[in-house]
Ligand binder design. Structure first.
Ligand code: SF4
Ligand code: SF4
Length: 353
């Protein structure tokens, strides 16, 4: 397995229209079920806003190291808002340093960048941070002054990283392809990136130093036209990239609730074999996730625990990932079958044909 998503908090300081983070109803919070889950049952949903306790985080990070070499600190939420974020980086470094056989455990941090002026130095100082992804598409919905200030702080971080952490991968994400209302922001952002990295001057003209360069030589101004479905990533400088992609829709489980009473259970697979919608996914092969309350779920889109496989405080991650339910879902993906009702409501998996 490549990575484990650990949702250290589901709190966020932004309210993107496309994200379930701003849509949860606190009143609907139930205590998470700890009974053994089966396919076709809908687990209780906890909608509270929570920071993961330190002890639970330590359990998660230690368990993650047994099955993967990379972690993420989000499912929903903005990880740098966690009051223990700095301590969690230190714990990650300790766990990574304790790995044997030359292995390590590294963090791919995804952040909205709104706190990067405060936590940037700690991130750059941590050798366990391998990559930082900035969700700069989130700024398209902010008042312009606020968005521009956030972007400036992110670009300051990028320049600092290029100077003192050239090994760090940075992705400036624009995951809003197809949303025309974001084009004005995207154009502004690319212009600022071009200025920050000397591709154009402040007047918007090609820098003198770049005038002899042509497209493909990596120093021309980056524009929206450079991106397409087969060319989603553009190198800015060193290991700093702009990454453009379409907006994905979070599965809402509507198919799950619609079909849950007729959904196949583990027991029903014995004699008459049900048929399933076609589809596959890399979840449980390349990654899994642990929610802020310790529930282990199949993927980083399952923010409400619709595919709860177990609880990290009760079983090891390896045990949970080899449970009958996880095994069945994984076998389904291998056979191009979406066996879990929640997966049947997921459009993200249509990317994997
Ligand atoms: S910044 Fe990220 S977690 Fe926060 S609301 Fe936007 S998409 Fe959701
Ligand atoms: S199909 Fe969708 S909901 Fe199911 S595991 Fe994959 S990403 Fe998650």
């Amino acid at each position: 397995m490549n990575g484990v998503y650990i949702e250290i908090t589901d709190v966020c300081n932004l309210h993107c229209s496309f994200c379930p983070s701003g849509k949860r109803d606190k009143a609907s919070c139930n205590t998470p079920s700890r009974t053994a889950p089966t396919i076709g049952t809908t687990p209780a949903v906890c909608a509270s806003r929570t920071f993961m306790p330190t002890e639970l985080f330590e359990r998660c990070i230690t368990e993650a190291a047994t099955v993967a070499d990379q972690v993420y600190f989000h499912v929903l939420g903005e990880p740098t808002l966690h009051p223990g974020f700095g301590r969690f980086l230190k714990k990650l470094e300790q766990v990574s340093a304790a790995q044997s056989d030359g292995k390590s455990l590294q963090l791919n941090l995804t952040t909205n960048g709104t706190t990067i002026d405060r936590c940037g130095k700690a991130i750059l100082a941590s050798p366990a941070v391998r990559q930082v992804n900035f969700s700069t598409h989130a700024y398209a919905e902010l008042p312009f002054d606020e968005a521009a200030e956030n972007l400036q702080n992110v670009l300051d971080f990028c320049r600092m990283a290029a100077a003192i952490r050239p090994d760090l991968y940075i992705n400036l994400r624009l995951w809003n392809v197809g949303d025309e209302s974001s084009n004005a922001w995207n154009n502004y952002m690319l212009e600022q990136v071009n200025i920050a990295f000397g591709r154009i001057n402040a007047s918007g003209e090609n820098s003198v130093a770049n005038q002899n360069h042509v497209v493909g030589e990596n120093r021309v101004p980056i524009t929206l036209e450079h991106f397409c479905s087969r060319h989603k990533s553009f190198l800015v400088e060193g290991r700093i990239y702009i990454h453009q992609d379409s907006r994905f829709e979070w599965p809402d489980g509507s198919a799950s609730s619609a079909t849950s009473t007729n959904a196949p259970t583990l027991k029903s697979l014995g004699s008459t074999r049900p048929t399933y919608p076609k589809g596959t996914c890399r979840a449980l092969d390349t990654h899994c996730a642990i929610l802020h309350d310790g529930r282990v779920v199949a993927c980083c889109l399952d923010h409400s625990g619709q595919i709860t496989l177990g609880h990290i405080q009760e079983n090891s991650l390896a045990e949970i990932l080899s449970s009958p339910m996880a095994t069945e879902i994984r076998e389904g993906f291998a056979n191009h079958e979406l066996r879990h009702p929640f997966c049947q409501s997921c459009s993200f998996c249509k990317r994997f044909k």
